[in-house]
Design a protein around this ligand. Structure first.
Ligand SMILES: NC(=O)c1ccc[n+]([C@@H]2O[C@H](COP(=O)([O-])OP(=O)(O)OC[C@H]3O[C@@H](n4cnc5c(N)ncnc54)[C@H](O)[C@@H]3O)[C@@H](O)[C@H]2O)c1
Length: 376
C-alpha cells in the first residue's frame, strides 16, 4: 500500500513562503497543506485562500500542537528559526527550515543531534543544491566526469541591495554599528558553501577571508528609515579542503548582475564543469562542461528527470528550484529514496564555515576547522 500523504504545516506567511515554499507543496500530490500560521493572521488567511489551506493560526504553538501534522516548515525571520525548529522537533515533526537554523554552528549541531535521536528528518532551505542544472552537475561529478577535484570556485552575488533605498531585512538594526556585522557571508554564502562541500566531496580544513561594507547607509524595513548599517555586503575567502582540493568563495549584495546570481565551477584531473544560475534572457540556469581531450566548454543538456513535473528552465528560479527541494524532502520522508540530504548536519558544517571565516576576518589570520566546541 502506498504511504499516506505527508501533512504539512507552514510557519510564516511572508514573501519567500508565497513564491517558493507554498507553490512547491501545492505542486506535489504526495503532500497536503493542512495549516499555516503567522502573527499577522490576515496574511496567513490570504495565503490560505490562495493555496487552499484549511486551517489558519495566529501563533506557531497552535499549529505545532496539531497531532495530524507530519512536517513543519519554518519560513520565518532568521532569528526565530532555532526556537521554532526545536519546538517542532520536540513535538515529533519532521522540519524544513530556512537557513540558518542558528547563527552559532554549535546550536545547529544540537538541533541536528536532537532530530537524529528522535528519528526525524530535517532539511535546510539550501535552494540552489536542488536546481536541475546543479543536480545534473552532481550526477556528472559522481560518474567521474571531472576525475579528482582540484579547484572549486563559488559565487553568490547580485545587485539586490546596490540601491540603498531597497529595504534591508533579516538584520539586527540595534547591533553596535561600529563593528561590521556578518550579513552577505551568511545570507548569500550558505547555499554556495553547501554546494562547495557537495561537489568537492569534502569540507574545508583551513580558511582565510575578508569582508567589507560598501554602502554605509540603507533603508531598514523594521524602522522604515535610512540608517547606518555596518553590514558585510561583500566578502571573499579562500581555503583548503580536507581531500587536498582548494577553493574560493565570493558573495555580495552589491555586485551588478541578476538573480539569483550563483556560479559554481569545479576543475578536476579529467574535466571541468561550470554551472550558472542567473536569470538572463528568460532562462534561469545553464551548465557547461569541458574535458581534457576537448577543452572548449560546451553547453550540456539537462536531462528531464532533474526537473519537477511541468518544470522548465524558462520557469522562475524561485518556484522551479524549490519544487525540487520539496520533492526531495517528501521522497525522503515517505522512504521513497534513501538518506536525508541537505539536512541540519549539513547546515551545521556550513554554519561552522561561516563562523570560521568571520573569525579569520576579525583576527586577520588563517583559521583551522573544525572549530573548538564550547567548554562544558
Ligand atoms: N533559501 C532562499 O533562497 C531564501 C530566499 C529568500 C528568503 N529566505 C529566507 O526565508 C525566511 C523568510 O523570508 P521572507 O523574505 O519571507 O521574510 P518575511 O519577513 O517577508 O516573512 C516572514 C514572516 O514570518 C512571520 N513570523 C514571524 N514570527 C513568526 C512565528 N513565530 N510564527 C509564524 N510566523 C512568524 C512574519 O510575520 C512574516 O510574515 C528568512 O529566513 C529568509 O532569510 C531564503
Amino acid at each position: 500500500m502506498a504511504p499516506s500523504k505527508v501533512r504539512v504545516g507552514v510557519l510564516g506567511a511572508g514573501a519567500w513562503a508565497q513564491f517558493a515554499h507554498l507553490p512547491g507543496f501545492a505542486r506535489d500530490p504526495r503532500c497536503e497543506l493542512v495549516a499555516i500560521a503567522d502573527p499577522v493572521v490576515e496574511r496567513a488567511q490570504e495565503f490560505a485562500t490562495q493555496f487552499g489551506i484549511p486551517h489558519v493560526y495566529g501563533s506557531h504553538e497552535e499549529l505545532i500542537a496539531r497531532a495530524d501534522i507530519d512536517l513543519v516548515d519554518v519560513c520565518t525571520p532568521s532569528a526565530t528559526h532555532f526556537d521554532l525548529s526545536w519546538a517542532a522537533l520536540e513535538a515529533g515533526k519532521h522540519v524544513l527550515c530556512e537557513k540558518p537554523v542558528a547563527f552559532d554552528f554549535r546550536d545547529t549541531q544540537r538541533a541536528a543531534a536532537f532530530a537524529r535521536e528522535r528519528g526525524l528528518k530535517t532539511k535546510l532551505g539550501f535552494t540552489f543544491r536542488y536546481a536541475p542544472a546543479m543536480r545534473y552537475m552532481k550526477e556528472l561529478i559522481d560518474a567521474g566526469y571531472i576525475g579528482t577535484p582540484f579547484i572549486f570556485n563559488g559565487y553568490e552575488q547580485n545587485s539586490q541591495w546596490l540601491d540603498p533605498q531597497n529595504p534591508l531585512r533579516q538584520v539586527d538594526h540595534t547591533a553596535d554599528q561600529s563593528v561590521l556585522q556578518v550579513s552577505s557571508l551568511e545570507g548569500y554564502g550558505a547555499p554556495i558553501m553547501d554546494l562547495g562541500h557537495h561537489f568537492v566531496g569534502a569540507r574545508f580544513r583551513e580558511v582565510v577571508g575578508t569582508m567589507r561594507n560598501f554602502i554605509p547607509e540603507r533603508m531598514v524595513r523594521a524602522t522604515g528609515t535610512m540608517m547606518r548599517m555596518n553590514i558585510d555586503d561583500g566578502d571573499v575567502f579562500i581555503g583548503e579542503f580536507t581531500n587536498g582540493a582548494i577553493g574560493s568563495i565570493q558573495t555580495s549584495f552589491v555586485t551588478v548582475g541578476n538573480y539569483p546570481g550563483l556560479e559554481a565551477r569545479v576543475y578536476g584531473s579529467k574535466g571541468a564543469l561550470i554551472c550558472r544560475l542567473v536569470e538572463e534572457n528568460g532562462i534561469c540556469e545553464s551548465l557547461k562542461g569541458a574535458t581534457a581531450d576537448q577543452v572548449e566548454f560546451r553547453e550540456l543538456d539537462i536531462p528531464a528527470h532533474h526537473y519537477p513535473p511541468g518544470g522548465t528552465r524558462e520557469e522562475s528560479w524561485r518556484s522551479l528550484f524549490y519544487a525540487n527541494l520539496i520533492r526531495s524532502f517528501i521522497s525522503e520522508i515517505r522512504g521513497e529514496v534513501a538518506g536525508n540530504e541537505g539536512n541540519f548536519d549539513d547546515g551545521a558544517h556550513v554554519q561552522e564555515l561561516i563562523n570560521a571565516v568571520e573569525q579569520s576576518y576579525r583576527a586577520r589570520r588563517w583559521v583551522s576547522l573544525p572549530l573548538p566546541v564550547r567548554p562544558a
